[in-house]
Design a protein around this ligand. Structure first.
Ligand code: PGA
Length: 242
């Protein structure tokens, strides 16, 4: 049975005070969500302490947005596994397109970060997906296959979540057709050695389209940016109608 994972990616949003305010509204709204839905909040590093303190004993899981492959060292601005695991976090986003695009993340560094996450007992959420230009040029399938091939070398697929995030759909309001997302996710699954890896869709997921997205047979959850910032909207996404 594949797990359903609904994760909010807060990106560079929310101070500690704002994170706390979010929790006050959010936790009660998702109380009744079916048990088999894993709810994850991926906050900025500075909010992880607040999240972990206030979610102790709750079903809501905490995630980070990056991890370095060394335990410690002269890597200004980076964060390591031992620093993250102090916060009782379970997940970490790796290879988000914003990291690849703006911070020079490559498939090689993505691979190192994935393995580091697993070494520290964290489940990485690996993001893959094509640009508009690559889609228009008919390169979507080959690009994603190449990303998977390079990113997953030596990675344990039993402790992994993948997010298919077409870059042109991120933060644009332009969602990928759910049937097309379903097709690409099926293709991703066909490349894996472990059949039960949860594969999410990400890219302008909103309260208004989540039911349709989750009705697709291959889609096991969502990675949500903008719509995860407000308690009501993210709660509606978590409480999608099956
Ligand atoms: P979005 O972001 O939901 O704001 O499009 C998704 C993501 O970047 O993970």
């Amino acid at each position: 049975m594949r797990k359903i994972v609904i994760a909010g990616n807060w990106k560079m949003y929310k101070t500690q005070a704002e994170a706390l305010e979010f929790l006050l509204g959010f936790t009660t709204l998702v109380n009744e969500a079916p048990d088999e839905r894993e709810i994850v909040l991926c906050g900025p590093f500075t909010a992880l302490g607040t999240l972990s303190k206030n979610l102790h004993g709750s079903r809501i899981r905490i995630g980070a947005q990056n991890i370095h492959w060394e335990e410690s060292g002269a890597y200004t601005g980076e964060i390591s596994g031992p620093m993250l695991t102090e916060y009782s976090i379970r997940y970490v986003v790796v290879g988000h397109s914003e990291r690849r695009q703006y911070f020079g993340e490559t498939d090689e560094t993505v691979n190192l970060r994935l393995k580091a996450a697993q070494r520290h007992g964290l489940t990485p959420i690996l993001c893959v997906g094509e640009t508009k230009e690559q889609r228009d040029a008919g390169e979507t399938e080959s690009l994603i296959m190449m990303q998977l091939e390079k990113d997953l070398v030596g990675v344990d697929q039993t402790q992994l979540v993948i997010a298919y995030e077409p870059i042109w759909a991120i933060g644009t309001g332009e969602t990928c057709e759910s049937s097309e997302a379903n097709r690409v996710i099926g293709l991703i699954r066909s490349q894996l050695t472990h059949a039960d890896v949860p594969i999410q869709y990400g890219g302008s997921v909103k309260p208004g389209n989540i039911d349709e997205i989750m009705a697709q047979p291959e889609i096991d959850g969502a990675l949500v940016g903008g719509a995860s910032l407000e308690p009501e909207s993210f709660a509606r996404i978590v409480n999608y109608v099956a």
